[in-house]
Design a protein around this ligand. Structure first.
Ligand code: NAD
Ligand code: MG
Length: 377
């Protein structure tokens, strides 16, 4: 029986990961979260972990009273659970660049990471991939598109990767229509049910931009070989095109438990009772090019990749801050990319593989974005 540690257990991927563990009969040795202590309590009653970690002081006090001694607190608690839990697999389902440090710790203490936290690779991809090689830690993607690409690899040289995107709730909208969209509109994803940050990223197409950068690091492929294609039905999760122009695709139901389970069992496949795609009722599968003039985030992500160094880190941090402001009703939807572009233009782009410098640039970028956002109000 494998031992699994779930970072970000209370979120959308976290809870689905628990279902995968239940399906496979794997033991959950630890669960962590930011502040939702009631949910952590409920989950710990369900999966009886050795460790529970929470990032917020009041939540910690409450949880310690409810659960006793095996509750740990904050960054130190997270480090402790990663080094002490002896997990065979660590799932990083934290949202945002808060996932970078835990990924680094996990690489040092575990042989397999099931990585959902794409912001880790966007912010510090080069360093993470080097470290994973050094510590012989496998990084297996959970993101459905990257799991698809991973499943389509046959050892041959890749000509192109085609990442599919649903297009989000505003597919077909023009810039003027995007001015007035509301949070409720933006949170209505047509095909997937996910956490709020990634749902907004899907509506701006930044999610696909982040995934282009994620793909570059996971598969060691240059940006000009990574193409994005809109596929509103979200049935084909991505394609790999080889030198002979053969396209290999991976298809499946909209169910993240399938790629999560594959990240656990690879190279084997195991049975489950998750959603099954019904071929006959699929209907027409359609494809179109993304409208990068309207959805500027995708272009900004390609720009960041082109500039390299710390620019993708800045793109990501500015996006996280801007999305937070949008969700707090402080800025409008279109201001998300306005702010990101502005912050990127003012970034002095340096190379660093020093983690404290990476985290400092991340922190300063957020402050600059919040300041920019406050001026827009
Ligand atoms: P979510 O918001 O539902 O859950 C996020 C989790 O991270 C929660 O458990 C929360 O407590 C924890 N967390 C947040 N801030 C933290 C911090 N500062 N320190 C420690 N823990 C913190 O998010 P989600 O939709 O499950 O997405 C998680 C990650 O997986 C994201 O990187 C997302 O891009 C990626 N992803 C999600 C999906 C999906 O279907 N939800 C699909 C592909 C990739
Ligand atoms: Mg994805």
């Amino acid at each position: 029986m494998k031992r699994v540690l779930i970072l970000g257990a209370t979120g959308s991927i976290g809870v689905q990961t628990i279902e995968v563990c239940e399906n496979l009969g794997y033991q959950i040795v630890g669960i962590t979260a930011d502040k939702n202590y009631l949910k952590l309590f409920e989950l710990s009653k369900r999966c009886h972990p050795d460790y529970v970690v929470i990032n917020q002081q009041t939540g910690y006090n409450n949880l310690k009273e409810m659960l006793g001694n095996h509750v740990l607190f904050g960054t130190e608690g997270l480090k402790e659970v990663i080094s002490e839990s002896k997990a065979d697999i660590i799932v990083n389902a934290i949202v945002g660049s808060a996932g970078i440090l835990p990924t680094i710790e996990a690489i040092k203490h575990c042989k397999r990471i099931a990585l959902a936290n794409k912001e880790t690779l966007v912010g510090a991809g080069e360093m993470i991939m080097k470290l994973a090689k050094e510590f012989q830690c496998e990084i297996i993607p959970v993101d459905s598109e990257h799991s698809a690409v991973f499943q389509c690899l046959d050892g041959q040289k890749i000509k192109k990767i085609h990442l599919t995107a649903s297009g989000g709730p505003f597919l077909g909208y023009k810039s003027s229509q995007l001015e007035a969209v509301t949070i409720e509109d933006a949170l209505k994803h047509p095909t997937w049910k996910m956490g709020s940050k990634i749902t907004i990223d899907s509506a701006t197409l930044m999610n696909k931009g982040l995934e282009v950068i994620e793909a570059k690091w996971l598969f060691n492929v240059d940006a000009d070989k990574i193409n994005v294609v809109i596929h509103p039905e979200s049935i084909i999760h991505s394609f790999v095109q080889y030198e002979d122009n053969s396209f290999i695709a991976q298809l499946g139901a909209h169910d993240m438990r399938i790629p999560i389970q594959y990240a656990f069992t690879y190279p084997d496949r195991y049975e489950n009772n998750f959603n099954v795609m019904d071929l006959v009722s699929l209907g027409k599968l359609t494809f179109q090019n993304p409208d990068i003039d309207t959805f500027k985030c995708l272009g900004l992500a390609y720009d960041a990749l082109q500039y390299g160094n710390t620019m993708p880190l800045v793109l990501n941090a500015a996006n996280e801050a801007a999305v937070q402001m949008f969700l707090e009703e402080k800025i409008s939807f279109t201001k998300i990319w306005y702010l990101i572009e502005k912050v990127m233009n003012n970034h002095h782009n340096i190379y660093t593989d020093d983690i404290s410098e990476i985290l400092e640039i991340d922190r300063i970028t957020r402050i600059r974005t919040f300041e920019g956002g406050n001026k827009c109000q």
